[in-house]
Ligand binder design. Structure first.
Ligand SMILES: [Zn+2]
Length: 287
């Protein structure tokens, strides 16, 4: 057993003795247990609907874990060497694990014009920003990890690590994130931060692992693997509806039926697509 997992497990055992079952997002102490793994519960906040792991670490401990955890998980090897980067760029990332074709297709479905300003929130080492730019959009990125953000220079794109640098650049026609929210101790705060930089008429688009009850019922084993040390929170459609204002919100999945459905969405009323998928897609318009 590796040291980090042992530390995580023992941390759970110890914290159970003194940590209050408080929602890390809204602070409510009203919650219900949804799932359990040894010394950790997955709880559903009765007030904001967030699914959160309890006990949990402090935001500072979580940030420190991500820096080390990323290294141990070998994800730094996701930062390619020069030859690999050259071949990825030559292929336009097509067919790779970092292929953004589906996101660009989604922007076309939403009639986002070329030249639109895009922020990739959680841009990692810049492959998404690069692909948005190649497709004709004006894109920059925001990323907490300094080494990863720094690597983006190799792609000739800008990825900032300081949120004030993003705010200095005004607002964006699209704020996009892929598999970021489930790593944040307070995803409501992350969503509000994003909302603050969406232009009027602009879009907020996010992908994340689904925490929908519909998905949980359709694949309980996959749902059980969904949360833990790396994913301290899980988001579902009820939580999203509480955080995002107004009714111009579509929730579903990236699948042919939903992409077709989104083409006919009036972009004013709430739209619900496929809910039993592994990954959830949300599209919100700043009406
Ligand atoms: Zn809550």
């Amino acid at each position: 057993m590796d040291w980090q997992k042992l530390q995580y497990g023992l941390g759970g055992l110890l914290r159970r003795g003194y940590q209050k079952r408080c929602c890390p997002s809204c602070g409510s102490q009203a919650s219900q247990r949804v799932d359990r793994k040894v010394f950790h519960d997955l709880r559903r906040c009765v007030d904001c609907e967030l699914l959160y792991r309890w006990p949990y670490e402090t935001p500072a401990e979580m940030a420190s874990f991500y820096q080390r955890g990323y290294q141990q998980a070998g994800l730094t090897t996701d930062v390619p060497d020069a030859a690999t980067l050259n071949s990825l760029m030559a292929a336009g990332f097509r067919g790779s694990a970092k292929d953004f074709s589906r996101v660009i297709e989604l922007l076309e479905v939403l009639s986002v014009p070329r030249g639109a300003r895009i922020l990739d929130f959680g841009a990692n080492w810049g492959y998404g920003v690069w692909q948005f730019r190649q497709a004709g959009f004006s894109a920059i990125g925001y990323e907490l990890s300094r080494p990863r953000a720094g690597y983006s220079k190799n792609l000739g794109v800008e990825v900032f690590t300081d949120w004030s640098e993003i705010e200095d650049r005004g607002t964006f026609d699209v704020v996009f994130s892929s598999h970021v929210l489930e790593h944040t101790p307070d995803p409501a705060e992350a969503l509000r931060r994003k909302l603050g930089v969406v232009s009027p008429g602009g879009w907020l688009i996010a992908f994340f692992p689904s925490g929908s009850e519909v998905f949980q019922k359709s694949d309980p084993a996959a749902f059980h693997r969904r949360w833990g040390q790396v994913h301290p929170v899980v988001l579902n459609e009820k939580f999203i509806r509480k955080v995002l204002p107004g009714s111009s919100l579509a929730i579903g999945a990236y699948c042919p039926e939903d992409i077709e459905g989104l083409k006919y969405w009036d972009q004013e009323t709430a739209w619900i697509g496929t809910m039993d998928a592994n990954e959830m897609l949300i599209v919100w318009n700043h009406a």
